[in-house]
Design a protein around this ligand. Structure first.
Ligand SMILES: *Cc1c(COP(=O)(O)O)cnc(C)c1O
Length: 399
């Protein structure tokens, strides 16, 4: 859709059509249209808007923005990432089957296993780092292959092009959750994906202030079908949150480029640290998905995870971290430290968690905009404090 050759950082601020300002007044920001309904000029003229569930000018500006950024045809804004994801799954019918990335986001896992199954839509979870496993798992009635790359929290990488080829050979659609990379670093539609989904709660809005979701379709026909479902389901994004998200998107380039640079430095620091067992970050050349990721994405993002050594106490480590907030979520100006075992994956039995690499020593770190030296110094002091030293035990015994 976007035909100009500007970099994405430029297109985040301006539209390619050049209509950067509101036409009536020249306002540089899209007005917040707080109107549920619209006066119809004549008896049979229904104008562009009639009711804000079906269309609202502020939401529409956002929907056009994300469609342009993803280089798709139709953008749609939802009240949450899960609303976007679940509405996209509603394109399926009873008797259909979906293939889903094994380490998919927890809310998507819940929707597929607890809601789609009630609607007689079947699923198989598959390790998407292995294309032969994806091909083997396709069934007669498979209609959608659902990708999340990098995946959460171990940053596993799926070869998008490889999965798209398998999908095309089997007449399936591909959906891709692009929350971690955003349109700045990964353009799935250009690789052949049919629907791109976002939790815009994360990097796109970027300030831990709103819950929002976005979907972009590759073609107009899918766009019409998804818009029909959006209007039928009704889980649309309100005008005020649409405005906040438009504002957040303008600074995505500055924020994500800066946070990603810091994340690479932190990943390198942790990788060398004797109290860290493992670091998962696609920007590290030691990461198993590094090669594939570098081919399909232009950045490594601002999320990494790491496993502390057995001699480090997880609880003490968290109690001594000073700068990041300790919370679920990611993608904000403030760094966020999460503990998947007790947070995002708490509902999963321990052996299921361990088999996905989510041990009791695993932390996820979403890097914000704080100074890299301060973040590293903070991690360093917390690790040192939480390190249960052998000598201390000896010392105590000595007394
Ligand atoms: C947070 C998240 C979601 C869900 O989005 P909400 O806005 O919380 O509904 C989906 N996918 C990924 C990868 C996420 O991080």
């Amino acid at each position: 859709m976007s035909t100009n050759k500007n970099h994405l950082e430029t297109n985040l601020i301006h539209t390619s059509s050049g209509l950067d300002v509101e036409q009536k007044t020249g306002a540089v920001n899209v007005p917040i249209y707080l109107s549920s309904t619209y006066h119809q000029e004549t008896f049979d003229d229904f104008g562009p808007y009639d009711y804000s569930r079906s269309g609202n000018p502020t939401r529409q500006a956002l929907e056009e923005k994300i469609a342009e950024l993803e280089e798709g045809v139709r953008g749609l804004a939802f009240s949450s990432g899960m609303a976007a994801i679940s509405t996209a799954f509603m394109l399926l019918s009873a008797g259909d089957h979906v293939l889903v990335s094994k380490d998919v986001y927890g809310g998507t896992f819940r929707f597929v296993t607890k809601v789609l199954s009630k609607l007689k839509i079947e699923h198989t979870f598959v390790d998407m780092t292995d294309l032969s496993k994806v091909a083997e798992a396709v069934e007669e009635n498979t209609k959608v292959i659902y990708i999340e790359t990098p995946s959460n929290p171990c940053m596993n990488i799926t070869d998008i092009k490889g999965v798209v080829e398998i999908a095309k050979a089997n007449n399936c659609l591909t959906f891709l959750d692009n929350t971690f990379m955003t349109s700045l670093y990964q353009k799935p539609i250009n690789i052949g994906v049919d629907i791109v989904l976002h939790s815009a709660t994360k990097f796109l809005s970027g300030h831990s202030d709103i819950i929002a979701g976005l979907a972009v379709t590759k073609n107009g026909e899918l766009g019409e079908r998804l818009a029909f479902l959006q209007n039928s389901f009704g889980s649309i994004l309100g005008a005020q949150d649409s405005y906040l998200l438009l504002q957040g998107i303008k600074t995505l380039g500055a924020r994500l480029n800066s946070s990603s640079k810091t994340a690479l430095d932190i990943a390198g620091y942790l990788n060398e640290h004797p109290l860290i067992n493992m670091v998962f970050y696609p920007g590290l050349s030691s990461h198993p998905g590094h090669g594939t990721h570098s081919r399909q994405s232009t950045g490594s993002g601002a999320v990494l995870s790491f496993e502390i050594a057995d001699v480090v106490e997880a609880k003490t480590f968290v109690e001594h971290i000073r700068i990041p907030i300790f919370a679920v979520s990611l993608g904000a100006v403030e760094s966020i430290l999460s503990y998947p075992a007790n947070m995002s994956h708490a509902a999963m039995p321990e052996h299921e968690r361990e088999s996905r690499g989510i041990s009791n020593g695993l932390f996820r770190f979403s890097v914000g905009l704080e100074h890299v030296d301060d973040l590293i110094a903070d991690l360093d002091q917390a690790l040192q404090t939480a390190y249960v030293r052998e000598e201390e035990t000896v010392g105590v015994r000595g007394i």
